[in-house]
Write a protein that binds this ligand. Sequence first.
Ligand SMILES: [Fe+2]
Ligand SMILES: [Fe+2]
Length: 326
Amino acid sequence: MTASDAAVLAAEAEAQARFDEIIAADSRIEPRDWMPEAYRKTLIRQIAQHAHSEIIGMQPEGNWITRAPSLKRKAILLAKVQDEAGHGLYLYSAAQTLGITREEMTQQLIDGKAKYSSIFNYPTPTWADMGAIGWLVDGAAICNQVPLCRASYGPYGRAMVRICKEESFHQRQGFEILLTLMRGTEAQQRMAQDAVNRWYWPSLMMFGPPDDESPNSARSTAWKIKRFSNDDLRQRFIGMLVPQAEALGVTLPDPELRWDAENERWHTSEIDWSEFYEVLAGRGPMNAVRLQNRRDAHESGAWVREAAAAYARTQAARSDGERQVA
Ligand SMILES: [Fe+2]
Ligand SMILES: [Fe+2]
């Protein structure tokens, strides 16, 4: 080994030690800090997946904007779907600080090479789906995301703080839609219950596979990206839903659901993980439609991107000119 090789190795060991220290102290890694390549890659994958989920997640609800039952409902739903677009933007920006471009991430998504949350591959046939999505899907998102506000990577944790505030509004608006339906006619009550029946199990799957089948969890936990296990978060979510379902007057579609006092946990029926893996593999009811819509939107937005780039070039040229005159 040459002297310069030894110096490189020593510098790397020192950088790793500093990284470990920051993680151990529950402090934050910032974009300027050295980080292990695997940490960077894991974060890029997780944050990009999260951003894609926000963007694809606009579709199931966007489907109802023109058909919302009143002006007030339309305004609320529009604001909610716009929030999701904003979440996508914060998260793409956070991922960019790790050295990937927005274009690369978008390309991976429209080429079908990137994953996003499977929950958005289910259809939204009735207005009650807007209620069930807000209550169950945004509710599960909150359980998943509140601990991410303390994620060890600074830009990700900070983006999550604002996202979580908006998610709690999303959950309330969903709960309120269901409450209104449950106080309505019998047909409205049936519609609400039917939507809850369809979204309940997929929302439990949002926490990911059981702990013993979740291969990357241990490393993400050691890096303090992940703070709680998939099963613990799922338990916490069920504990939140049970009293809310009672207040709504809806039934959670699991005859085996009960509090197991001895083990201090919720006992549930077996989750059908084969469905989860089918949807994840691209064979869910709406996968193809969601991706096609995203591709179409990207193509029809090409002129906006070109116009924005042309405008930026003229602005830059103008300020160069002004500088020379000055
Ligand atoms: Fe969101
Ligand atoms: Fe949301």
